[in-house]
Design a protein around this ligand. Sequence first.
Ligand SMILES: Nc1nc2c(ncn2[C@@H]2O[C@H](COP(=O)(O)OP(=O)(O)O)[C@@H](O)[C@H]2O)c(=O)[nH]1
Ligand SMILES: [Mg+2]
Length: 322
Amino acid sequence: MFDGLKDKLSSFREDVEESTDAAEQDAAADAEANATAADAGRADGSESQTDAGSEPPADESTSDGPVDASGDEGGADPSTFQRAKAFATGRIIIEEEDLEEPLWDLEMALLESDVEMSVAERILETVRETMLGESRRQVETTGELVEQALHDALLDVIAVGQFDFESRIAEADKPVTIVFTGVNGVGKTTTIAKLSEWLGERGYSSVLANGDTYRAGANEQIGEHADRLGRELIAHDQGGDPAAVIYDGVEYARANDVDVVLGDTAGRLHTSDDLMAQLAKIDRVVDPDMTIFVDEAVAGQDAVNRAEEFDDAAAIDGAVLT
Ligand SMILES: Nc1nc2c(ncn2[C@@H]2O[C@H](COP(=O)(O)OP(=O)(O)O)[C@@H](O)[C@H]2O)c(=O)[nH]1
Ligand SMILES: [Mg+2]
């Protein structure tokens, strides 16, 4: 899925390159035409124009002279002259019309790849704004410019409501309790193991609390991670109360000066009222510092809908996409 989107993004880059290349050639032709106009001016025998004509077309004085001359012919619009001038000075100006078709194709590609309409529009708007009227030096390819504009636009949309996870951990009173929610098999337990390692690398101790008392084998799975990581695991028997397990995890952390409690939960369908009510209970009893929603990046719009449902049961502070 992402390979497809990647291909489309790079074809957007090629499309813009093509249309600006075409514009570049027009500008080159215009620059030549201007030079010819300057020559024609010299043929008229005007002394001052002869001096101007001996300069390269980049010079201000030439662009003034011939602009008036060809303006009389009704040849080119001002933007063409701007382009011709920019070309002569080694700069290219990107115009709305260069972007029109590639942006349309990009919009289709984003929508086909399950990107939400308002997000796609925001990306397009940022790319358009970044690139329009942007002039680039010839050493810098249009491709690089497009890549940077896309990069900035994507960062811009995913940076909404962003917070610095590490500084939040650093500043919070210890122990910091984090509960992980999400549907089945999206990577909650694996993410907890990874995060425990990540925290350890930054000097924070952590304990794992297995609030997944539902699925057979859940204790063994997270137990394996805890063993490998050398972390304490708080677990109850299958069928126990998940809120009680995570609460025990918090008690353990308090008693043993552990910095972070990583509370796992059983995967549940957002459509299952009972299980969602159980999640709300965990939230009430444990009152975690953060609730992290985990989902698969490939879930696309489904993940957004699920996140909304989970957020209703236990307010989400952040999300991990696996
Ligand atoms: N490709 C990929 N697989 C993952 C990732 N995280 C977890 N998995 C795998 O997805 C499966 C379910 O992971 P698990 O952590 O048990 O999901 P949970 O049911 O949400 O706890 C396991 O086979 C994991 O190895 C990830 O980031 N990428
Ligand atoms: Mg799990």
